[in-house]
Write a protein that binds this ligand. Structure first.
Ligand SMILES: *Cc1c(COP(=O)(O)O)cnc(C)c1O
Length: 383
């Protein structure tokens, strides 16, 4: 069997390795100067006022939800076509996730459905930049302004993407990123909260450090021998070792995204005139970070065979996958909230048609050509 081309993977180059090794030999492995340097470089890259790095993307989302100070019964609207962690973060803090459907063309959260799901207890809306394409922030912002809701970006797919010439990171009130190896840049495990609001940033800084109000650097500088904890926090710290990798990866973000966009253009050209498949639509007013490349099977006959197609792709060395099983149908959420099938009909039907195919900056032209050839061959069997 041929080597499998994954749907996503990291790029690690020699300078990335050197940066990590230098940090391993330094004084601080965690809570040191490299964490601060990573945060300030990411903040300038995003043109965000504040950035706080944490241990993973889920910790970033948890910190954001905690910053909202939700009361029992408060609701947060989340898309159903996302990773489970978007909704889980709401549950972590005692809130109730309310699932919104997606737009069939882009699989982004549908602002019209969000509008329908706003109720008296709604406190926030989470937009997820599906596949790396920024969500419909202008429409979501309007809804949030009318109902005084906080707009949150789960931008774990979209580090480096732009929305109407602004970097994702400042478009929402609070934005979460993940640096998991499948995401646009990696720190192994890692995450970050970006915001322009000092109170939110300060909250996340405490929340990632047990709720303690000062850092060891501040205590040392001020000659303090004790510290204070006013609220409950967690250990969501990221290490200097991880941040050294992050700093090195950050310098390559734009080049890697350009390469991902090139790969996407080739796929889209190839599938334009291939029977039975079409790419998701991409909007002209935003740049796509292409964490994922997702194709849609256009006929019912094809979608009925979607799992067979994925199995055959995998057998031929193409690491196909599905992002994501709708979260409102997960047994945990059916038990928690009731409901199930029929709540988000577009996501429920579209998810049966989608396949994520290999997309990463180091995908070679010849490997991409093999992927395209296998997809065309296997899909043709069911046309
Ligand atoms: C990856 C991801 C997360 C969680 O990030 P981790 O770093 O794996 O905790 C959350 N939301 C979305 C949409 C993701 O893709």
């Amino acid at each position: 069997m041929a080597k499998t081309l994954p749907y996503a993977t990291q790029s690690i180059e020699l300078d990335d390795i050197d940066a990590v090794v230098r940090t391993l030999k330094s004084r601080w492995l965690t809570t040191g100067p490299v964490v601060q340097e990573f945060e300030s470089r990411v903040a300038s890259f995003l043109k965000a006022d504040f950035s706080v790095a944490v241990s993973n993307g889920t910790a970033a989302l948890h910190s954001i939800m905690a910053a909202l100070d939700l009361q029992e019964g408060d609701e947060v609207i989340v898309p159903t076509l996302t990773f489970v962690s978007t909704a889980n973060a709401v549950v972590f803090v005692g809130g109730t996730p309310v699932f919104a459907d997606v737009n069939g063309d882009t699989l982004l959260i549908d602002p019209d459905d969000v509008q329908k799901k706003v109720g008296p207890r709604t406190r926030a809306v989470v937009a997820m930049d599906y596949g790396g394409q920024p969500a419909d922030y202008a429409e979501l912002r309007k809804i949030c302004e009318v109902h005084e809701l906080v707009l949150i970006g789960d931008s774990c797919h979209a580090f480096g993407a732009d929305y109407r010439d602004e970097k994702i990171g400042t478009v929402a009130d609070l934005t979460a990123f993940s640096f998991h190896p499948t995401k646009p840049i990696t720190t192994g495990e890692g995450g970050l909260v970006a915001t322009n609001r000092r109170t939110y940033a300060n909250f996340v800084q405490r929340f990632r450090n047990h709720g303690i109000t000062s850092t060891h650097q501040e205590r040392e500088k001020q000659g303090q021998t004790s510290y204070e904890m006013n609220e409950l926090g967690y250990n969501y710290r990221i290490t200097d070792i991880q941040c050294a990798l992050g700093i090195s990866q950050l310098t390559k973000t734009e080049a890697w995204i350009r390469r991902r966009q090139e790969i996407a253009n080739v796929y889209s050209q190839e599938f334009l005139d291939t029977d039975g498949i079409e790419p998701l639509s991409s909007k002209i007013d935003r740049s796509h970070a292409y964490h994922l490349y997702v194709i849609k099977l256009t006929s019912d006959r094809l979608s009925a065979n979607r799992d067979n197609i994925i199995r055959q792709l995998r057998e031929s060395g193409v690491g196909a996958n599905v992002h994501y099983p709708p979260v409102h149908l997960q047994p945990f959420y059916v038990r928690l909230l009731g409901g199930g099938q029929g709540r988000c009909p577009i996501a429920e039907s579209e998810v049966k048609r989608i396949i994520s195919i290999p997309m990463y900056s180091s995908l070679s032209q010849s490997d991409q050509a093999k992927v395209i050839q296998q997809i065309k061959k296997i899909v043709a069997r069911y046309c």
